[in-house]
Unconditional design. Structure first.
Length: 89
C-alpha cells in the first residue's frame, strides 16, 4: 500500500505542486490562498473550476475596492473632525 501511495504522489501530486510552487515564486502574490485556488482551478480545465476561478477573481477585486473605500472613509472622517471638531454643526 505504501508503494502505491508513493507512486501516486510522484506521478500525480508532485508535478502539480512543482508547477504551483514555480508560479508562486515567479509571481510572489501577497494573498497566497486566492492565488493558489485560482491557479489550481485554471489548471484543472473543468467548467466548474473556471466558474469558481472567476468568482475568486471578483471577490479579490471587491476586497481591494473595499479596502480603498475604508481608507477613504477614514480620511473623510479626519477632515470632518479637523474642520468641525467633535461636534458637527
Amino acid at each position: 500500500m505504501a508503494q502505491e501511495h508513493q507512486e501516486y504522489i510522484q506521478q500525480k501530486v508532485n508535478p502539480v505542486l512543482e508547477n504551483l510552487v514555480t508560479q508562486l515564486l515567479l509571481e510572489r502574490p501577497e494573498q497566497l490562498a486566492p492565488f493558489m485556488i485560482k491557479w489550481l482551478s485554471q489548471n484543472s480545465k473543468t467548467p466548474a473550476a473556471a466558474a469558481f476561478t472567476e468568482g475568486i477573481h471578483v471577490l479579490s477585486e471587491l476586497k481591494v475596492e473595499m479596502e480603498k473605500l475604508q481608507e477613504e472613509v477614514k480620511d473623510l472622517e479626519k477632515q470632518v473632525k479637523t474642520k468641525y471638531g467633535n461636534g458637527i454643526q
